[in-house]
Design a protein around this ligand. Structure first.
Ligand code: ZN
Length: 375
């Protein structure tokens, strides 16, 4: 694994390596960026390197400390994440104390997935927030003498899920940080954290993962073919998590649906169009519709490539014919304006505009741009 477990993020890795080298490690970090950019993965690797018996800039991967941290069972590396509230649980209980056997087995299963893939989002049923019990546990665990060398690292995954109580408790810990302890908060929603917490953490910004890095990771880690990996990487917008979700979804089918939608728009059959809009609106929430619109956008972009340079080097053979036909039939389609129109409507989705309205307006715009035949 070593730093390779973190996809891309060269600047961040360099920064963390330099910090380890000069030994000036802050008490608390905030790793922030879009979801799936690798905040948790970097936090694990950082914790691992700090605890490796070789004390170098890379984890050796062979010492007993590295072996334990690989399985997320290292006593110095503590993950804090959303948990259900156990039956009869009080604030003084340890976070796992009152969970049922079934809940504990869910937790263990999730942790084993996280150990295998640090980009996995831990999700335990009925776990709605990070409990105060988990935050209190930090101080208790930090005060116990560590029986191994290295540093105690507490990683608060998706820290935006702390409720007010947990946030205030964490703030107290940040104000008087326990010795030889590092706290790493990871988040994709920095704005949801208390400003008093933010001001006590060293921020490290994670940029979206570059497309080529995502593509290579999909090939190397997920065994995806290069051509398919290239398309998925393009649609994933810098998030390995989204890329994996796309792999799990039938995106070839979604691409076909996008082609069908364009066909209906251009055929000017209003009844079909309103049925299609109704169907899409019921099928998708805002997030999944945004991704679907990006699939549609990638199809339009492919049409642009085919028109400019022919189908040579074009990767998605499954829909070549549809793209070719479209380019022949609508040689003057204003594809760049169509791409812009999709972008604008994706922006409307995040502004809570009513979904069927977004799709209707988009259909009108796309028709204007794509069916353009005048010179
Ligand atoms: Zn090691």
């Amino acid at each position: 694994m070593s730093w390779n477990s973190v996809i891309g993020q060269r600047r961040v890795k360099e920064l963390l390596r330099r910090t380890i080298e000069n030994g000036q490690i802050p008490h608390a970090y905030l790793f922030h960026g879009i979801e799936g950019a690798g905040q948790d993965a970097a936090a694990f690797e950082f914790a691992r390197v700090l605890n490796c018996e070789r004390q170098a800039l890379e984890a050796c991967e062979t010492c007993s400390s590295c072996k334990k941290s690989e399985l997320l069972s290292h006593p110095n590396i503590n993950l804090i994440f959303r948990l259900p509230v156990g039956k009869g649980e009080t604030k003084d209980d340890s976070p796992f104390e009152k969970l049922s056997d079934e809940q504990m087995s869910d937790v263990r299963e999730q942790l084993s997935q996280k150990a295998g893939n640090p980009y996995h989002e831990i999700s335990v049923p009925k776990a709605n927030f990070i409990k105060i019990n988990s935050i209190r546990e930090i101080r208790r665990a930090a005060s116990m003498s560590s029986f191994e060398r290295g540093k105690k690292v507490f990683i608060v995954c998706d820290a935006e899920h702390m409720n007010a109580e947990s946030g205030n408790s964490l703030l107290k810990t940040l104000e008087e940080p326990p010795a030889n302890t590092i706290l790493i908060l990871t988040t994709s929603q920095k704005s949801k954290l208390l400003t008093t917490i933010l001001s006590r953490c060293q921020p490290v910004q994670f940029d979206p993962v570059e497309e080529s890095d995502l593509r290579d990771a999909l090939v190397a880690k997920d065994g995806v073919e290069v051509a398919q990996a290239a398309i998925v990487a393009r649609l994933a917008n810098g998030s390995y998590k989204v890329a994996r979700e796309l792999l799990a979804r039938d995106w070839i089918q979604e691409r076909q649906e996008a082609v069908d939608f364009l066909r209906i728009i251009l055929s000017a059959q209003r009844i079909n169009l309103s049925m299609a809009i109704e169907r899409l609106s019921s099928l998708h929430d805002r997030n999944s519709l945004e991704r679907w619109l990006k699939v549609l956008q990638s199809w339009v972009r492919d049409a642009l490539v085919v028109r400019e340079s022919g189908s040579a080097g074009f990767v998605d053979t499954a829909t070549d014919a549809a793209v070719d036909n479209f380019v022949k039939k609508f040689p003057r389609a204003n594809l760049l304006s169509a791409l812009d129109a999709v972008d604008r409507h994706i922006a409307l989705l995040s502004k809570n505009v009513y979904i069927p309205l977004v799709l209707t307006n988009l259909a009108i715009d796309l028709k204007n741009h794509l069916a353009e035949t005048s010179t």
